[in-house]
Design a protein around this ligand. Structure first.
Ligand SMILES: Cc1cc2nc3c(=O)[nH]c(=O)nc-3n(C[C@H](O)[C@H](O)[C@H](O)COP(=O)(O)OP(=O)(O)OC[C@H]3O[C@@H](n4cnc5c(N)ncnc54)[C@H](O)[C@@H]3O)c2cc1C
Length: 305
């Protein structure tokens, strides 16, 4: 009984704001004592691993009406931050127009976790396995700062150095960590569906075993392929483990206007190993992860040939 009472007294208060603005204002008021929570699946792993103190206040975002909406508006796919991963990957528009994202999501955790986890929580972590796909799809993030909403390109956000890590979010008073992700916007350009070019996507995640494992490396490719098989445009991104995803711009440059022939792929392989600098991982060396990533990307491109 005493232990239960102690647990009860240690339990955080759970707040359920009814709008994004109210959630951010609450976070401002609570400062480091309050933590946004959506599906709580990532937060849970940190608390269970002893990596972060249970906060005094949880700001539950899932009660905000409409924040889980998935819709197409003005040529963009808009996914609300609290949309569950399974709802995203099984949504007809996501499956048809952004299959890269659906594919990436299906490789995150298991079914039960994906039923609880949100796309916003995955993206907000900066290292979630959906992030390379979002970057390859040229997504924009819509934030709320407590007063207004504003949009930021995902590449710009990912390029911010020294972003407070999630565990530090509990401690930080930096306003950048106080804002709320409200939705993710993915362009669905019409020209990609014309007769002259076709869209082509590939996503690959490699871990220490085939499924239910954190990633060691992830690669996503979104390309526009001409009738001659050459890449009219291509975006190649990489992440994995605690590595913040980035675009592999040199590999992209080498492929633009070319078919994925052996000579081009040899150059791409080298460029990938050069540009990808993974965050250290206790289970695999940097060299192993660089080589794995280069092999995965070259293999996916070769299949396209
Ligand atoms: C068994 C298991 C396996 C997993 N496997 C994978 C995997 O393979 N790949 C992978 O990427 N992840 C994996 N995860 C981690 C996690 O499930 C996903 O990253 C998930 O998408 C996180 O979403 P969530 O809604 O649960 O986030 P939460 O845990 O609720 O939040 C995550 C972080 O984001 C912040 N946050 C949440 N929503 C917002 C918002 N709208 N605005 C601002 N900040 C916000 C929270 O404060 C917190 O810091 C796994 C987790 C478990 C338990």
């Amino acid at each position: 009984m005493a232990a239960n009472l102690e647990e009860f007294l240690l339990s955080p208060a759970v707040w359920q704001p009814q709008s994004s603005g109210a959630a951010v204002r609450l976070k401002h008021a609570l400062g480091p004592l309050g933590v946004y929570t959506a599906g709580s699946t990532l937060l849970r792993t940190q608390w269970e691993a002893g990596g972060g103190k249970l906060p005094t206040h949880l700001i539950d975002l899932t009660a905000i009406p409409g924040l889980d909406r998935i819709a197409v508006q003005n040529g963009e796919l808009i996914i609300g931050a609290t949309a569950r991963l399974n709802d995203c990957s099984s949504h007809p528009v996501v499956m048809e127009r952004a299959p890269l994202l659906a594919d990436a999501i299906r490789q995150i955790a298991g079914w039960s976790v994906r039923n609880q986890a949100t796309l916003g929580g995955n993206a907000a972590s900066r290292v979630g396995d959906a992030v390379p796909a979002l970057l390859a799809l040229d997504a924009c993030l819509v934030w709320h700062d407590g007063e207004k909403q504003y949009t930021e390109h995902i590449a710009e956000w990912l390029s911010v150095q020294n972003w407070p890590g999630m565990l530090e979010w509990v401690e930080t008073r930096d306003t950048i960590g106080l804002r709320l992700l409200t939705s993710i916007r993915i362009p669905l350009p019409d020209e990609y569906t014309t007769k002259q070019t076709r869209r082509w996507f590939a996503y690959h995640k490699a871990g220490r075993r085939e499924a239910f494992m954190p990633s060691l490396v992830t690669a996503a490719v979104a390309a526009e392929v001409g009738e001659d098989g050459a890449f009219a445009d291509i975006r190649i991104t990489a992440g994995g483990g605690r590595t913040v995803p980035l675009r592999l711009t040199e590999a992209e440059r080498l492929l633009r206007g070319r078919r994925p022939e052996a000579a081009a792929l040899r150059q791409v392989h080298e460029a990938v190993r050069e540009q990808y600098v993974p965050e250290p991982d206790p289970f695999a060396t940097d060299d192993y992860r660089k080589l794995t990533l280069a092999n995965l990307i070259a293999a996916e491109l070769w299949k396209r040939k």
